[in-house]
Design a protein around this ligand. Structure first.
Ligand code: SF4
Ligand code: SF4
Length: 129
């Protein structure tokens, strides 16, 4: 499961990810990070079966936690099926169908964001949560 962590000016200085890894004895995959001096956001991936206890632990450190259910969103009204997103996506979310239309399997998305920047029609966006 992917989780959005939001740090404020106090928690952004704390080693919350390290503490979680060590104390909960779990691996955490950092998908995206945007951290400044006063606030920060991380998107992490954790083991589905342990997500609730990991979230509870991180929340106990004062970090706001939101579960992410949706990933990449493709606007089929805007898409012209150019295929630019197929070659750029590192985890093969996009594929060409038999009728040359581009389809997306958003469950595979790891929210790297590169397809959003290459789509010439701005048909792709990452969900907020
Ligand atoms: S890059 Fe954009 S327009 Fe091109 S196939 Fe992908 S979603 Fe459609
Ligand atoms: S955000 Fe990254 S992983 Fe998700 S569909 Fe776009 S390129 Fe693929």
């Amino acid at each position: 499961m992917m989780i959005l962590l939001q740090f404020d000016s106090k928690t952004v200085r704390e080693p919350v990810i390290s503490q979680t890894t060590l104390e909960k004895k779990t691996l955490i995959n950092i998908i995206r990070a945007s951290v400044g001096a006063r606030e920060g956001e991380l998107i992490i991936e954790v083991d589905d079966s342990r997500a609730d206890e990991i979230i509870e632990f991180i929340e106990s450190k004062g970090v706001k936690v939101t579960k992410i259910y949706e990933k990449i969103i493709k606007d089929d009204e805007k898409c012209v099926h150019c295929g630019a997103c197929i070659s750029i996506c590192p985890v093969e979310v996009f594929r060409l169908e038999y009728d040359y239309r581009v389809a997306a399997d958003s469950e595979r998305c790891v929210r790297c964001g590169v397809c959003v920047t290459v789509c010439p029609l701005k048909a792709l966006e990452l969900s907020k949560i």
